[in-house]
Write a protein that binds this ligand. Sequence first.
Ligand code: PLP
Length: 451
Amino acid sequence: MTAPTNRSAWEMDRSHALHPWTNFGPFEDQGALVITRGEGCHLWDDRGNRYFDAVGGLWCTNIGLGRAEMAEAIADQARRLAFSNTFVDMTNDPSARLAAKLADLAPGDLNRVHFTTGGSTAVDTAARMVQYYQSCMGRPEKGHLVARDHSYHGSTYLSQSIGKRPGDRVEQFRYKEDGIHHLSVPNPYRAPDGMDEAAFCDHLVAEFEALIAHVGADRIGGFFAEPIQASGGVIVPPQGYLRRMWEVCQRHDILFVADEVVTAFGRLGHWFASWDEFGVQPDIICTAKGLTSGYIPMGAMIFSDRIWQAMAADGARWFTSGFTYAGHPVACAAALKNIEIMEREDLLGNATRVGALFETRMKALEALPLIGQVRGKKLMVCVESVADKATRALLQDEADVGKRISDACEAMGLMVRPIGHLNVMSPPLVITADDVDFIGDTLETAIRRVA
Ligand code: PLP
């Protein structure tokens, strides 16, 4: 192809890159915003504009950007040992130390760690592990998986088939349909008419029981759930829902897989939210994002001693799954430093304290025209726009209103993420009370302009 001469990043990108989750039309017209620098909660573009990044990268820049000690830890490890695989019988020091650290931080007997390249590959591997474990237990038929509508579990073929956000299933792609079942989204704001939260919770649990009766408990092996459904719209389930779904799983030997790709590493003020926030002891936790605060790609699947023992009972078995970069020493060194910083600066405590202010300030936006509901917990919040607050009917330009609000925010130096008629936020855990005021005031102005 043509040799580049003085081409701008914007132009090269627009001519050659296929971005993730891209709508071709607007991309061809406008190209992309070129980000050149990040520090703390702020980003700068190539024209020198500064933005407060309330998106937190993509639910991931938990310790904030531009940390010199992260750069040093990464460079130091790259100089010492940039790569060594962890297949079969090899390991490296940061990988071993990180596995032990995660076992320490994870709830209950989740003492076993399998490293992946990100969240999708953690979920994908968990689905395979469910089937492997159930087979080892003498139940090879228990291969069906259950998840929920509006969930997002990643972008590999299998993890995307487990997820099911509205609008994601375009006709050009195929999805695995057989053996994957989706229950209703546990969104109290859109509960069937007349149902209060407690009745809705009963209804959702009964739906799960009915599915098990229909498909057969002897065929269902795993239930996948984000404790709070993140990009499906920050859906905080009814009180007690997760625990009751977990109890159903326990009664039927269904593994509970908590997708904590977003909710772990402080976003809800805990290392992991399943137990500390919702009283659920999962069999498997999938995580990524805040594990390295986005400094390096990495994920992990953390699973129980019980699963390990079942799989290891016959020492001649092979777990034939894994990625070249599993336990990558540089990624593990970054994760270890990231966790050390969170501990030293009590960022989980900050997420709890400032998260409470954030929740309250954002909730006040419900008084504005256009805003049907503001929901979320701590540093995970979503603003939902509607045409009619009483009926909760959606706007005619439902697909665009979030983008119009985020564009108005961007013009005032604030980034919030549009997803159709929603705007979601997941700021870094280093956020301050002043930042909360800035986000609240800016978003309020933007909503008034758009309404
Ligand atoms: N699970 C959840 C809940 C997520 O939000 C995401 C990404 O946003 C994933 C899984 C996939 O993670 P990754 O993009 O690192 O593959």
